[in-house]
Design a protein around this ligand. Structure first.
Ligand code: HEM
Length: 486
């Protein structure tokens, strides 16, 4: 009897599998000779392959998810199922180029719904075209010409940061300090908040918001997601109050039109002479705060790690930065020209962004059915570009595990292979700002200290940004230069 039931069960399962096969074959093979879906698997019901995707990051090797599937299915594009959505991962330089070049033609930006809830974008306060227009204006506030005047302010904040957080300390934990540095800078440069106690007041809700963004989206009292939504509402309200106050101060001549990015936003109109609404500005500033928060601090942290591990590279950065320091009068702030001289330091930072890319990639959504590399991509599918599919690929970066800043000398990496900031119209608008803050950080770091890691080979966790598991504690050895003068 038992054998009978087992056989019946096997027949049942076979029937289901066969039906699924035919269903899939019909869909994949496409009626009328249409292209097949990309090869790959969709994993478990509902969660798909999300766990494998996330867990390779938790183990410190997010590229494993990508490379395993590139090898098994196709090096150009494979099918998967992530964050509750049917998805295709586009790989290699060609995949990056395709997604970056087809923005608003075949693809558009997409964020998981949890992100939308915590961080409502201006699409909710204005039409979609309006949001695209706003997005086009964003780089205006962060382009090199606009940032020239902020280099001295960055240096001033960096001096205060190093005096408070690093000097006269035997040991420090780098990641929280780097976060403090980038957040302090952002508060000062975006909305002129410089007083550390006021920065602190913003930092707490802001950290809740940032944790909420990467939490499981369960909106119940006490969950990180719920706290994230509350914190987001609080920060937005505070920002709107700051914006209203600034409008009054600008009208009364008590605030300067160039004192920060907020003044710049309030006084810049689009090509039709239209100014941004208060809520749009609050959203844009919140977007900049989020975009620049953990990304740049992760990069600064890995710079400290690699310079500790590679003394010959530290020495070259030190020599370059000391040249600049020696060329300055006592107390004279860094300026734009000084930063242009930091070529080797920037190559080191780029190599850090290659091996420990702060963002692993980003999603798009197919806005039409289209065919890519002979595979059919249905409208509505989520598409993912992955920095690691080129950064850690020997085809584009020989010996990818080797830390080698000389890769960025001369004409540097081939187009669409080095993509820590993405590419195309949605390329990170904070790229230049990040370059400046990272270089100013490196200048102070190496001209003030040598250091060693107190946990050699500290584990790296990528969740969703790479960070050393214990935050990178280091032992400091100050140089015997003169103390910081403000
Ligand atoms: C090392 C530091 C940084 C890295 C590696 C980085 C990387 C990225 C990447 C990969 C994207 C997504 C592009 C895409 O969707 O394809 C992005 C978007 C963005 N970044 Fe950055 N970023 C950094 C720093 C900053 C800073 C300092 C700011 C602000 C000043 C910023 C603001 C933004 C904003 C607002 C977006 C969203 C743009 C949009 O929605 O179109 N980022 N960033």
């Amino acid at each position: 009897m038992e054998v009978f039931y087992v056989s019946l069960f096997c027949v049942f399962i076979s029937t289901i599998l066969l039906s699924l096969h035919f269903l899939f074959y019909k869909k994949g093979g496409g009626a009328g000779g249409a292209a097949a879906l990309p090869p790959g698997k969709t994993g478990w019901p509902v969660i798909g392959e999300s766990l494998e995707f996330l867990s390779t990051g938790w183990k410190g090797h997010p590229e494993k998810f990508i490379f395993d599937r590139m090898a098994k299915y196709s090096p150009s594009v494979f099918r998967t199922h992530l964050l509750g959505e049917k998805a295709a991962v586009f790989c290699g330089a060609a995949g990056n180029k395709f997604l970056f070049s087809n923005e608003n033609k075949l693809v558009q930006a997409w964020w998981p719904s949890s992100v939308d809830k915590i961080f409502p974008s201006s699409t909710q306060t204005s039409s979609k075209e309006e949001a695209i227009k706003m997005r086009k204006m964003l780089p205006n506030f962060l382009k090199p010409e606009a940032l020239h005047r902020y280099v001295g302010i960055m240096d001033h904040i960096a001096r205060r940061h190093f005096a408070d957080g690093w000097e006269n300390k035997k040991e420090v934990v780098v990641f929280p300090l780097a976060k403090n540095y980038t957040f302090w800078l952002a508060c000062r440069l975006f909305v002129s908040i410089e007083d550390p106690s006021q920065v602190e007041k913003f930092a707490e809700p802001f950290n809740l918001l940032a944790s909420g963004l990467i939490s499981i989206p369960i909106d119940l009292p006490g969950t990180p997601f719920n706290k994230g939504i509350k914190a987001s509402n609080f920060v937005r309200k505070e920002l709107v109050a700051i914006i209203k106050q600034r409008k009054i101060e600008l009208a009364e001549g008590k605030a300067s039109p160039t004192q920060d990015i907020l003044s710049h936003m309030l006084l810049t109109s689009d090509e039709n002479g239209k100014f941004m609404q208060e809520l749009d500005i609050a959203d844009k500033i919140l977007g900049l705060l989020i975009g620049g928060h953990d990304t740049a601090s992760s990069a600064c942290t890995f710079i400290v790690k690699y310079l500790a591990e590679l003394p010959e590279i530290y020495d070259r950065v030190y020599d370059e930065q000391m040249e600049i320091l020696k060329s300055k009068e006592e107390g004279e702030l860094l300026n734009w020209e000084d930063l242009q001289k930091m070529k080797y330091s920037w190559n080191v930072a780029c190599e850090v962004l290659r091996v420990a890319s702060p963002l692993q990639g980003a999603f798009r959504e197919a806005i039409n059915d289209f065919v890519y590399n002979g595979f059919s991509i249905p409208k509505g599918w989520k598409l993912y570009w992955s920095a690691n599919s080129t950064h850690k690929n020997p085809e584009f970066f020989p010996e990818p595990a080797k830390f080698d800043p000389s890769r960025f000398e001369g004409s540097g990496p081939a187009p669409y292979t080095f993509v820590p900031f993405g590419g195309g119209p949605r390329m990170c608008p904070g790229k230049e700002y990040a370059r400046l803050e990272i270089l100013v950080f490196m200048h102070h770091l190496v001209t003030k200290f040598r250091w060693e890691m107190t946990i050699p080979n500290e584990k790296i966790v990528v969740d969703p940004m790479p960070i050393p598991a214990k935050g990178l504690p280091v032992r400091l050895f100050p140089h015997n230069h003169k103390p910081t003068i403000f």
